[in-house]
Design a protein. Structure first.
Length: 605
């Protein structure tokens, strides 16, 4: 470690030489039952470990740390009291730490109601390998961002800001540069249906593609982590842009449903079969390098190792849903001020052969049966939705945490206070919460504006566009708090209802124009997902996954053709629309070995 640089970084002077070591929790070698959470890096600065045991403490997470010299080391952990932050009683996520099997300090997770360094205690450590262990004490979503060890007398942990700022820390164990991970024709950020469609279709057109996903599974909301079944029909279309999505879409019979019905492995198998795709699972995009008004490269954190990489490209596709890439690139965006749709964290329960207990805690809401709908068919579905007027980026973690609180509270009312007891012959004595999504499914964040902003008014008027391509078949479906249940939590409603404007024939569909799929002011940025160029009424129909996947197919083909012609997405529309339509006519299984082969195969204009 460069102690002189560290002293300068922290603005300290007169320090005795010593050693400080940072251990990112998500890099622990053995995670036990703790899960890696990457959803909130933009608001709190890092991935972290979460003990999501639904009331049952999860298995220990452990790792080995190399101690450079003998000494007495103070130990800090970056954590928060998440239930207190939500205005409830403290300490929902309790945990403790051990060094080499010996308890260090007391119970953690009951400190500040914000992310901060908490001093655990001191340990006398010998040079060499030391084991660190995280022990979950509650099963209710305790979380650990990082651990700091220091034997420097006056050391103070640095203030945590963005992930980009964190990479500048000159502390052993801080994220470090691993170099350039490649140069691609198309860099796709986001591994949901839009990202999958973009990557697969571009690769089959001969383009070299990077597909970046910050979790270890593909599918986004349509994965086993979130379990939203893929909606949106595939009616007859002049352009067979549905073919690729039909290859990857799930067989889920409900939303939510058992994990295996979302077929994570099938999605990954299809991607890995494409020789032109380099798949970056477990890599979080956290920033960009710009060249003028164009994106030059994206900066990635490899979550499991803490290594930082750059991936360069000619074109980029924002398939994040949140519109982060467009936001960082300075794209024109818009966001509804009030009344946005929220995030859903669905859950499931099952009956067992014997009584099952569920621990009641002080931070839970004292719900009655009238306060929430009974989870029929053993699952709480899409309308368990919160966060309507909270900021969908800055307050995203709080939105998710409130969804956790109300879900646990409802289950506590069912199990321990006989809410809806008449709905089960055993009064739910044998019932067990079997799954609760800790990864949220968000419906609305911000829109990246393109050369066309599709409106609900245009859809209702059946307005025609020369570049119409993807058929949207869902109704204009917007969510608001369900009035019947608002009284249970008037400041933070958590049950929604859908307002459907069924102006679209689901067997025919309304064609979305291509010009909604690229940025109007960042020349090399495409988008596929709920962040495309629409107003919020049009968002109500285009936001379902099969439709989003077809957007991706169009984006992938456009990126390949734009690379072959060395032109912008806008110039494709202005100069090569007929060629692009020829590509849209090709079945999903069509392949080109190279972009040159693609170019010469199309009729000259």
């Amino acid at each position: 470690m460069n102690i002189t640089s560290l002293i300068s970084l922290l603005g300290l002077s007169g320090l005795a030489a010593g050693s400080s070591i940072l251990i990112e929790a998500e890099t622990f070698a053995e995670k036990g039952g703790w899960m890696v959470d990457t959803q909130f890096i933009e608001s709190m600065g890092s991935p972290y470990l979460i003990a999501h045991g639904m009331g049952t403490p999860v298995g220990d997470a452990s790792t080995k740390v190399e101690i450079p010299e003998d000494g007495s080391y103070r130990v800090w952990v970056r954590t928060l009291d998440w239930s207190e932050r939500m205005g409830r009683a403290e300490g929902a996520g309790r945990f403790s730490m051990e060094t080499d099997g010996k308890p260090l300090g007391g119970e953690l997770g009951k400190g500040k109601p914000e992310w901060d360094w908490e001093l655990v205690g001191s340990a006398d450590l010998k040079a060499g390998s030391t084991a660190l262990t995280l022990k979950d004490g509650s099963g209710f979503d305790g979380r650990v961002d990082a651990i700091l060890l220091s034997n420097e007398e006056n050391f103070t942990p640095p203030t945590v800001g963005t992930l980009a700022e964190r990479t500048s820390w000159e502390i052993a164990g801080a994220p470090e540069m691993a170099g350039d991970a490649g140069d691609f024709d198309l860099v796709v950020i986001g591994g949901g249906y839009g990202g999958l469609g973009s990557a697969i279709s571009a690769a089959r057109m001969g383009a070299k593609v990077a597909l970046i996903q910050n979790r270890e599974v593909l599918g986004g909301n349509g994965s086993s982590e979130v379990r939203v079944w893929a909606m949106g029909n595939f009616p007859p279309n002049k352009y067979p842009v549905a073919d690729i999505i039909q290859e990857i879409c799930d067989s889920a019979e409900a939303s939510p449903a058992p994990a295996e019905q979302f077929e994570d492995d099938k999605k990954e198998k299809v991607v890995r079969a494409e020789k032109n795709i380099t798949l970056f699972l477990g890599h979080h995009a956290y920033g960009l390098e710009m060249e003028g008004d164009e994106i030059d490269s994206v900066k990635l954190l490899e979550v499991a190792t803490g290594k930082v990489k750059t991936v360069s490209g000619k074109f980029f596709a924002d398939c994040t849903g949140h519109g982060f890439i467009g936001q960082w690139a300075g794209a024109d965006t818009t966001m509804e001020e009030k009344g946005r749709m929220g995030m859903s964290n669905m859950w499931m329960w099952e009956n067992t052969d014997a009584p099952v207990s569920f621990r009641e805690e002080e931070w839970m809401m004292p719900f009655k049966a009238k306060d929430f709908p009974y989870p029929v068919r053993n699952h709480a579905q899409w309308f368990w939705e919160g966060g309507f007027d909270q900021h969908p980026i800055k307050e995203l973690e709080q939105i998710r945490d409130w969804n956790l609180i109300v879900s646990y509270s409802a289950w506590n009312s069912i199990k321990n206070h006989a809410a809806h007891a008449e709905r089960d012959e055993n009064g739910h004595k044998n019932a067990k919460m079997s799954w609760l999504a800790y990864v949220g499914g968000t419906r609305e964040t911000q829109q990246i504006l393109g050369d066309v902003i599709l409106t609900g008014k245009a859809i209702k008027a059946d307005e025609e566009f020369p570049d119409a391509v993807v058929l949207t078949t869902w109704s204009i479906d917007l969510h608001v708090p369900q009035e019947e249940f608002v009284a249970a939590a008037p400041e933070r409603p958590f049950i929604s209802r859908a307002i459907h404007d069924r102006v679209i024939d689901k067997n025919v569909g309304y064609p979305i124009p291509y010009r909604c799929f690229y940025s109007r002011n960042v020349p090399n940025l495409f988008m596929a997902g709920r962040n495309i160029s629409v107003d919020r009424h049009a968002l109500g129909t285009i936001r379902v996954m099969n439709t989003i996947g077809m957007m991706g197919v169009v984006v992938g083909k456009a990126a390949a053709l734009a690379t072959a012609h060395d032109c912008t997405p806008r110039e494709l529309y202005e100069k090569h629309l007929d060629e692009m339509k020829q590509l849209w006519l090709l079945p999903g299984k069509s392949r080109f070995e190279s972009l040159e082969e693609l170019k010469v195969s199309l009729p000259s204009e």
